[in-house]
Write a new protein. Structure first.
Length: 271
């Protein structure tokens, strides 16, 4: 079987040619341009690179950000279907609001459906949200979430592992899921079909040693039923069980400076 040739469009970063001095000069010029545009650039070797990403094998060599990158950000990823049900959207909003009210960062992928509901509910509750995106940080995907992405950059954080002007590809979103899993202390799946990216992230999270939380609503899918039997997976049936699971997970992490003062969620909903 012939060796597979990696074509330039499939590379993580653009292929450059020239002498070492020319490449260093060009890189410095490009980084200065990104920073002038308000884009943060963090290399794996930097002290400010997120510590929680260092322990996963998919840790990207570079991260690009807009917004506030915090050390020891205590985040829970809320993910699920793009074509979500009304019940799923309601659960995502309830979960995001409850976590935001406790001072927990809500991470998601800025896709339509569950992701958008989670980001929006966290913002509406006055909480912090982090969008881990599958394009370059100068791109907007889906285009309809442009205003939401800009708002998250203003008050939270947008993170990308891709060259700033990169567009979406089939491979970039599973790569995004790996980084989101590594960034978050746990991944919560609201609902997801058999071929959903949420299923990919749940599998990656367990591989990263991160707990996975499934809502009882997610158990409609056979893959979620099978996953629920594995170590490290929690099934929750309402806000009270969710908060109990999240508190147990976060209690084993270093406290984030300034993270005190979280409030109890106003509703103890059952799903």
């Amino acid at each position: 079987m012939p060796d597979r040739v990696l074509r330039q469009p499939e590379t993580l970063f653009p292929v450059a040619t020239g002498s070492a001095a020319e490449l260093i000069s060009a890189a410095a010029y490009e980084i200065a341009g990104w920073r002038a545009d308000g884009i943060g650039v963090y290399a794996f070797s930097d002290d400010s690179y997120p510590a929680q990403l260092r322990g996963i094998k998919e840790a990207p060599p570079l991260l690009f950000t807009r917004g506030e990158l915090r050390a020891n950000d205590q985040a829970v990823a809320i993910i699920g279907s793009r074509k979500s049900s009304a019940r799923g959207l309601g659960i995502a909003r309830s979960v995001a609001e409850s976590l935001a009210n406790r001072g927990v960062t809500v991470a998601s992928g800025l896709a339509h459906g569950i992701d958008t509901a989670a980001h929006t509910a966290a913002l509406d509750a006055g909480g912090r949200t982090v969008a881990v995106i599958g394009t370059g940080i100068r791109n907007y995907y889906p285009p309809g979430n442009r205003r939401l992405q800009d708002h998250i950059a203003d008050v939270g954080l947008v993170v990308s592992q891709f060259w700033p002007d990169s567009g979406p590809t089939r491979r970039s979103f599973p790569m995004r899921n790996a980084v989101m899993s590594g960034y978050a202390a746990a991944t919560l799946v609201v609902e997801a079909g058999e071929t959903s990216g949420a299923r990919i992230q749940a599998r990656l999270a367990l591989g990263h040693g991160r707990p996975v939380i499934l809502t009882s609503h997610a158990l409609q899918s056979r893959w979620a039923q099978a996953l629920a039997t594995k170590p490290g997976v929690h099934v929750v049936r309402g806000t009270a069980e969710l908060i109990e699971a999240v508190d147990g997970i976060l209690s084993r992490l270093p406290a984030e400076p300034g993270g005190e003062g979280a409030t109890t969620p106003r509703a103890q909903a059952t799903w």
